[in-house]
Structures are given as structure tokens and as C-alpha cells.
Design a binder for this molecule. Structure first.
Ligand SMILES: [Zn+2]
Ligand SMILES: [Zn+2]
Length: 185
């Protein structure tokens, strides 16, 4: 089971023309290490969200965890966009469906990982791992989710039309220290 970024357990098709140079790679890792990514003070205590049509709504009684954008070919499909824009939920017990749980449909994205979406409007709402809600799509959060995209992963296989903005570190594939960070979850 891989509880980090959504659905990236299979190698995506890499676009070698957009690979980061080793210098960029080192700088990206340095930037990431310098950021205080674990500060919870600015993160919201309650996070509400829902699908586009309003049939499904959820609440998280706690702050969101690591937010990332995966640009791999699978995430682009699952999230119908340039990347995933996804935030993990540190404590799954804090998550609850407010309305419309019966309107959800689940789809197996990768081994051990499913995406849940509204079967009326199609909004992808969350990722499910080990039968627990693992994280939510930032696009479905109402207002400020209290987190920012902390990293871009699988940038090596981003769409040719994708222009990544901002200063968050970019990684050619997955976050290099993902195993170490998972130990802290
Ligand atoms: Zn809906
Ligand atoms: Zn991905």
C-alpha cells in the first residue's frame, strides 16, 4: 500500500524533454527542506467541501496534511486536470460525509487505492486507501483549505500544455523522501 500521492504506483510515461536537470533537482530538494511544511498553526481547524452539484458534502474536523500536485498521466485523468491537487488527511477519523454518501461511486485507480466521486456531477472528492478516506481533492474544498501545494510530483511526465507556476519544489517523479515522511504520518 502506498498512502502518499494518488495513484502513482505505476510508472507513468516520461517526457524526457521536460526532465529536471540534476542541479534543478538538488535545488528543489533544498527548497523543500527549507520550508516548514509541517506547521499546523495556519491550517484550518475545520474543512468543509463538496461536489459541484451539491449532492455530496463532507467535513473534516481537523487540519489538512500534506498537499501536493501530481502531474502524472493517471492523475490527469482521475482529476480531469493538469494535476491532482490533493491534500492528505492526517487522521481519517476526523473525516465524515455530511450528506450524499449514497451518491458516491468508487473507482479503483491503482492497487489498494480508490477514488470516490459524485455519480451525479462527476466531481472527484477523495482518495480511499485501506477502506479509509486518505485525502481530499483541493478543488472540492470550500474556501481556503489552509494548505498550499507543497510540491509538484511526476513533473517529468506532465502534459505538454501544462505550465507550472509558483515556487513549490518540482520533482521529476515521486517525492524522493516519501518513505521517510510516511514514517511520520
Ligand atoms: Zn455532485
Ligand atoms: Zn499521479
Amino acid at each position: 500500500m502506498e498512502p502518499r500521492a494518488v495513484s502513482c504506483s505505476a510508472p507513468p510515461v516520461l517526457d524526457t524533454t521536460s526532465r529536471l536537470s540534476s542541479v534543478q533537482w538538488i535545488e528543489a530538494r533544498r527548497e523543500l527542506a527549507a520550508l516548514d511544511l509541517t506547521s499546523s498553526e495556519e491550517r484550518r481547524a475545520v474543512v468543509d467541501g463538496g461536489c459541484h452539484c451539491g449532492a455530496v458534502r463532507y467535513r473534516i474536523d481537523g487540519a489538512l496534511g500534506r498537499a501536493s500536485a501530481c502531474h502524472c498521466s493517471r492523475c490527469r485523468k482521475v482529476f480531469s486536470g493538469a494535476s491532482s491537487a490533493y491534500a492528505e488527511i492526517p487522521d481519517a477519523s476526523k473525516f465524515s460525509w455530511v450528506i450524499g454518501e449514497d451518491k458516491l461511486t468508487e473507482y479503483s485507480v491503482a492497487s489498494g487505492f480508490r477514488a470516490a466521486f459524485c455519480r451525479i456531477c462527476g466531481s472527484t472528492l477523495c482518495g480511499i486507501s485501506a477502506n479509509q478516506v486518505h485525502g481530499v481533492t483541493l478543488g472540492t474544498v470550500d474556501g481556503d483549505p489552509g494548505v498550499q501545494i507543497e510540491m509538484h510530483t511526476f513533473v517529468g511526465s506532465k502534459a505538454p500544455w501544462d505550465h507550472i507556476g509558483g515556487s513549490a519544489p518540482q520533482f521529476e517523479e515521486e517525492y524522493p523522501n516519501s518513505e521517510a515522511s510516511e514514517d511520520n504520518q
